[in-house]
Design a protein around this ligand. Structure first.
Ligand code: GLY
Length: 377
């Protein structure tokens, strides 16, 4: 397709999408155990004890579905760029830690945070993801050359020493104990240094809602507040989630005034006040169509709600998620179904698989009525 002029600008997840990055599954590895991944992988997961390159046949299937997403978007006139995978099956060695392999570049959403005219590489807590931003370097360089207003940014590189993690955090504990810990805001990452994943940051114009969880700490949110002084950074958490990583299978804005919440991971009452005070409706997401995720998958069945909004009336939904599609029809959306479950094991669903470059629209103030106590201090 004819390429659109590069303009970096995106303030939310629902305005009209014009330009996006879609990940690639090539060379993806299951990383070896490390403090942050230990906390994420359920004790009964088929991934426990496994590491190394993912089977080629699964990579090819995932890439077919990522290519289908690319075709669907390009068919609607949306420009799609792709990262440049590197050989992820290499050790990461720094003065502070070493680990035997890297991860991949299927989920650009985890590392790239787009806020307006800026794309920021996040200081992620997984050691295996330390160099992941390199897969996007060529694209960032191109955007920098093409768009004189593009701000190419990087949060402070974390050291990821053992001080960044609580030792033995999740050894031999039940789901109930996990839930108790996460409800008490007791996470594997410490406050030793700023850490966040971009996918923990929900962008709604002037307000950024950050999930405090396994991959994002309060120091990371404080860094975001100083870095974005014209924004308001709110701390949110979802006590029903035993593995609170990434907000986009938990709390998903659909259009101005409407947000979808995972019914197993409800936003606590006190944190809902800011939405009520500004006439935002929070609806429960439909239940997933599946009882279990596909094999070798980090994520839960709630990738059903990890959808890609193309504009205020159009959404891409995984093709087997009948209940979620029905809910979108009832909410007045045009639904574009797309088979995507083969991509899930590589790092998530349709939203995870993408990172915004351009959505038409400005930085709106959707929450003029602020509620004391919700912002990071
Ligand atoms: N954190 C994404 C999920 O629900 O699996």
């Amino acid at each position: 397709m004819e390429s659109l002029q590069t303009v970096v600008n995106s303030w939310n997840d629902f305005d009209t999408l014009r330009h996006v990055i879609v990940g690639r599954a090539d060379l993806t590895c299951i990383p070896p155990s490390e403090p942050a991944t230990e906390a994420k992988i359920p004790s009964n997961s088929d991934m426990r004890g496994m590491w190394g390159p993912r089977p080629l046949a699964t990579i090819e299937k995932a890439n077919e579905q990522l290519d289908s997403l690319t075709c669907l978007l390009e068919g609607r006139g949306i420009r799609v760029d792709r990262p440049t995978p590197i050989q992820w099956n290499q050790a990461v060695v720094t003065p502070d830690f070493s680990t035997q392999s890297m991860f991949g570049c299927m989920p650009p959403r985890d590392v790239l945070l787009t806020v307006g005219k800026e794309i920021l590489s996040a200081p992620m807590s997984f050691r295996c993801r330390y160099w992941e931003y390199l897969a996007y370097h060529t694209l960032m360089q191109q955007y920098f050359d093409d768009d004189p207003e593009f701000r190419w940014e990087q949060a402070p590189r974390p050291r990821l020493t053992d001080r960044s993690y609580k030792a033995g955090y999740f050894d031999d504990i039940t789901i109930e104990e996990r839930l108790e810990r996460t409800a008490m805001l007791d996470f594997v990452t410490t406050e030793d240094e700023p850490l966040f994943d971009a996918a923990d940051v929900l962008r709604i114009g002037k307000d950024l809602f950050c999930q405090h969880g396994l991959t994002t700490n309060r120091r990371g949110m404080k860094w975001l507040q100083r870095h974005f002084p014209n924004h308001r950074i709110h701390v949110v958490n979802f006590p029903g989630d035993p593995y609170p990583i990434h907000i986009d299978a938990t709390f998903v804005p659909l259009r101005p005034g409407l947000i979808m919440n995972n019914p197993n991971r409800r936003l606590p009452e006190d944190q809902r006040k800011i939405f009520a005070a500004n006439d935002w409706e929070i609806v429960d997401a439909a239940r997933p169509a599946h009882n279990s995720p596909p094999p070798l998958c980090y994520s839960s069945v709630w990738l059903s709600m990890n959808v890609l909004i193309l504009d205020h009336k159009t959404v891409v939904v995984e093709a087997s998620e009948n209940y979620q599609m029905d809910q979108f029809y009832e909410l007045g959306f045009e639904v574009l179904p797309l088979a995507f479950r083969d991509a899930y094991p590589f790092g998530g669903g349709l939203h995870c698989a993408t990172a915004d470059v351009l959505r038409v629209g400005d930085c709106e103030d959707y929450f003029p009525n602020q509620v004391p106590g919700t912002q990071i201090s």
